[in-house]
Design a protein around this ligand. Sequence first.
Ligand code: FAD
Length: 623
Amino acid sequence: MFYHQHFDVIVVGGGHAGTEAALASARMGCSTLLLTHNLDTIGQMSCNPAIGGIGKGHLVKEIDALGGAMAKAIDKGGIQFRTLNASKGPAVRATRAQADRTLYRNAIRATVESQPNLTLFQQSCDDLIVENDRAVGVVTQMGLKFRAKTVVLTVGTFLGGTIHIGLENYKGGRAGDPPSIALAERLRALPFRVDRLKTGTPARLDIRSLNLQAMQEQPGDTPTPVFSFMGSRDDHPKQIPCYITHTNEKTHEIIRGGLDRSPMFTGVIEGVGPRYCPSIEDKIVRFADKTSHQIFVEPEGLNSMEVYPNGISTSLPFDVQVALIQSIKGFENAHIVRPGYAIEYDFFDPRDLKQTLETKFIQGLFFAGQINGTTGYEEAGAQGLIAGANAALQVMEKAPLQLRRDQAYMGVLIDDLATMGTKEPYRMFTSRAEYRLLLREDNADARLTELGRKIGLVDDERWSAFNAKAELVEKEMQRLRGQWVHPDHVAVGELNPLIKNPITREHSLEELIRRPELSYEKVTSIPSLGPSIADPAAAEQVEIQIKYAGYIARQLDEIAKTQRHENTLLPANFDYSTISGLSNEVVAKLTDARPETIGKASRISGITPAAISLLLVHLKKQG
Ligand code: FAD
């Protein structure tokens, strides 16, 4: 039976990718169906209850700048906020928030339910309807057929999911949820390259059984950071601390003793796990000389007695989990409320995707989230938004949304996946971006909101707030460029004690702020030079634009140079071994990948700017 209504876009899966995809398409005016296993798990955090962190926080701000839901939801659900790398430069500063799982899920659910053009339906999607190599709908478990012009699949870790605890294993999409077996089989019959990955999660503990006094308390930052450009501290619920403890030699001994029953070390699990989020057994084996590993003890919510011990994800047998946990300081009497486990699942080689996240083999079918080989809510949300927007743009017969690497971490993420693929769960780091100083958390709105507005992702409220902030920054920059301090200015008496070289000639306020001993705040707190603008986010923009002007200009210059060579062609039969100066590794990688252009060559991991210069010199010589 066909459902009576036809949709523009169907999104399958109500996780982090699916909700952003469905919201994006609906915001753009397309009639959208969000079809998911269970409406009560919309926005569910499968693993750690936290949003953001280095690289990931940047993605959350970009999702927000494009009108997405994640940042606003964590502002409503965050119970401990911190700015990581606060003492470092603005490029690598990142916001992270511990979430109350329920508050976060409720906030996402409320956003989804209040979104016009968005219809929800609870059922498993078991099949796709494909006509003439074009996706035109889906079939649910009970045989109900939905028709649409485009379909976005965001089914996470559920495809062919197998859960492992020790040598026991069973089928599951994540703990407590069924796997997607029928859909996995259907997708395996299509021409996509499929492989297996794995990820894991730690046991959850009952906070009442822990000795928190024996651990180090870790409060959030004050003033509390805010995630959304539209958010405020008033959105935050009550803030509570996290705690820190450590594994010890006894813990490691227990883990080593359990390795013969570990699914990872006995070859039961074949999928590759996340290198940067390894299980505790993996850490003990890989870093055998380390005698201790840090554990962040993170409450799961204000009204929950569960805590998430971050850093000891494991799929060891349950008896080993109990012993290893009880060997840790503060956990001596710990009661496990949910065992840790690993999950293996199907993912699709993202090189079979276009940069729009539409599959190359089936038109109108888009993939986003964990099924593309990524790990993390933020990576999933970012892809979801781009896939949902592109599905909508295709329906509206408009030009696709493709973000460049110099424009957004989202651009880096999708370009990395589509051009290089991945052999292990891919997560975002600031080090993956070439132009970190431009792709800061603080300027995600300046980079993306106007673009989002043009394609219908950004509503009137955000647009007017964005313009008000931009105007404020611009006016203040003009004032700072136009206001001068002469050696006999009344402010000099207050300025000179702050600086190394006293003022002997005329300076604009902009020039003064650029001095290492001064800042926007210091200069504008001098009565005759202030006041500073009241909006702290706008004030931060002024400070960064002035302090980092030189570096930013250099990076813009580099981008212009790279763009000049982006489309320079590399001959298909190029013999890279004849180029003197290229290392054997670089020659092997280029020979293997055979990039069509200099732009594509520059994005292969391990291909350095120096190698690109040698290629360009060689091409020039060949004329
Ligand atoms: P999900 O959040 O998994 O959402 C998929 C959605 O699709 C679900 O709502 C599901 O019900 C629905 N669905 C699935 N199949 C169907 C179907 N056939 N029909 C209808 N609906 C369907 N990330 C980290 O960053 N660090 C970690 O340490 C980490 N560890 C993890 C450990 C475990 C055990 C798991 C399960 C995940 C872990 N993750 C971790 C990953 C993180 O949970 C995911 O990256 C993120 O949730 C992916 O979002 P998604 O939207 O792609 O998929």
